[in-house]
Every structure is written in structure tokens, then in C-alpha cells.
Write a protein that binds this ligand. Structure first.
Ligand SMILES: Nc1nc2c(ncn2[C@@H]2O[C@H](COP(=O)(O)OP(=O)(O)O)[C@@H](O)[C@H]2O)c(=O)[nH]1
Ligand SMILES: [Mg+2]
Length: 223
């Protein structure tokens, strides 16, 4: 047991070192980096597609996609004319800083204003791995049940932004929105909570404004 804990600690320490290198590189470029985390199917890629349609003409964006298998998400992004690279983990349940460094290797992704990293779909493993991002964004769709923040507390405690997605489906599912907001606020009182629908555009203005504001802050900090 002691050996397992020590090995895991060492792996995380080595990841943190690489994440520090990534953070320094992104700061030098003035790139804002987001790490999107959720269960499979919560709407990460659809949120990105809507975001890139909105911001694509105004800001330089690129996407690193993390999945166990297939290039499907990267293909969805590239179909919008936005640079995307698919990282295949070959079974691993999360991205780590080494994989992201590989994804950013010369020529794969140009220098951009915002780099979106879509993590492998799950609420547990990606939580511990720093990818050099400026902020972690957790998504929870209204179809997943209103008990999830307390069931997966670590990610909701760490994510600076919580997006409650698929708001258009609220009238059709039992989902206590107030209770979910309360759980998230209990786990992270400073979290920004957004209610969005990528389908209808509900709440998306606040999401775009948050991205613009965070990029401006980063530029001021790194100028
Ligand atoms: N009703 C509704 N469906 C959505 C919304 N966003 C995504 N979806 C659907 O949810 C499914 C999974 O979306 P996807 O973006 O691939 O999720 P990901 O696995 O988190 O990247 C797809 O069928 C989407 O069309 C939304 O805002 N409203
Ligand atoms: Mg996806």
C-alpha cells in the first residue's frame, strides 16, 4: 500500500514539473489555456463548437482533444476551420502534462489566444493532473442527475468555472437546479456557475464574456 502511494506521488510530482513548463510557455505566448472536464456526453465538444463559431473571427483559437480512441472530436473542430490535434491516450482515463506537451510539439498547433483542452470524459481521473491550464472548467449536464457535485467533490472543488449544460432540457428532466448550485458553492464558494445551452444559446453570452475577460487579465499579468 505504501509503495502504491509513493509511486502515485512521484508520478504527480513529475506531472506538476511538466505542467510548470507548459504554464511558462503559454504565459510567454500570452495564451489562455482551459481544461474542460466532464462525463462523456455532457456537451464539451458541442460547447466548443458554439464557442469557436462565436469567437473564431475575433480570437485565434485551437483545440487539443483527449480521448481513449478515435479522431472524431478533433474532426468536428477542424470542420469549423479551427486547428485541432487529437491526443489518443490508448486506454488512460485522463490527459497528463506529458501528453499535452506532445500535442503542442512544433507545427501541430499554431500560437493562439485561447487553447481549449478537452479532457478524456470522466469526472475523477482528470482532476489530479495539472495540464498547465489557467482554469479548469467542469461541465455537468442537467440529464446527469442533481446529486453529482457531492458524489464527485474533488473536481467541483477544484474547477474555477462550473457549467451546468443542456439547460434547454430542464423542463423535461427532474433536476433541482438550486440544490446543484448549492452543492457546487459549498465545495467551492469562489466558483463561477453558469447555466448554458449550446443548442439554444441560453447563457452563452456570459461564457463568452468570461473567456474574453480572462484572456484580457492574462494579457495584463504577462505583459
Ligand atoms: N439538448 C441539448 N443537447 C446537447 C447540448 N450540448 C450537447 N448536446 C448533445 O449531447 C450529446 C453529447 O455532446 P458532446 O458535445 O459530444 O459531449 P462530450 O462527450 O462532452 O464532448 C450530443 O448528442 C449533443 O448534440 C445542449 O446544450 N442541449
Ligand atoms: Mg467530446
Amino acid at each position: 500500500m505504501k509503495t502504491i502511494v509513493t509511486v502515485k506521488r512521484k508520478a504527480l510530482a513529475s506531472n506538476d514539473e511538466r505542467a510548470g513548463q507548459l504554464r511558462a510557455m503559454l504565459a510567454e505566448r500570452g495564451t489562455l489555456a482551459l481544461n474542460l472536464i466532464s462525463s462523456p456526453g455532457s456537451g464539451k465538444t458541442t460547447l466548443l463548437e458554439a464557442t469557436l463559431r462565436e469567437l473564431g473571427g475575433e480570437l485565434r483559437c485551437a483545440v487539443l482533444e483527449g480521448d481513449v480512441a478515435t479522431e472524431r472530436d478533433a474532426e468536428r473542430i477542424r470542420a469549423l476551420g479551427v486547428p485541432a490535434h487529437q491526443i489518443l491516450t490508448g486506454g488512460a482515463c485522463h490527459l497528463d502534462a506529458r501528453l499535452v506537451q506532445g500535442g503542442l510539439e512544433e507545427g501541430r498547433i499554431p500560437e493562439v489566444d485561447i487553447l481549449f483542452i478537452e479532457n478524456v470524459g470522466n469526472l475523477i481521473c482528470p482532476t489530479s493532473y495539472d495540464l498547465g491550464e489557467d482554469l479548469k472548467v467542469v461541465l455537468l449536464s442537467v440529464t446527469e442527475g442533481d446529486d453529482k457535485p457531492f458524489k464527485y467533490p474533488a473536481i467541483f472543488a477544484r474547477a474555477e468555472v462550473a457549467v451546468i449544460s443542456k439547460a434547454d432540457l430542464l423542463p423535461h428532466v427532474p433536476f433541482d437546479l438550486a440544490a446543484v448550485k448549492e452543492q457546487i458553492a459549498t465545495l467551492n464558494p469562489r466558483a463561477t456557475i453558469l447555466l448554458t445551452s449550446s443548442l439554444t444559446g441560453q447563457g452563452m453570452g456570459a461564457w463568452y464574456d468570461l473567456l474574453r475577460a480572462r484572456l484580457a487579465t492574462k494579457r495584463e499579468e504577462t505583459a
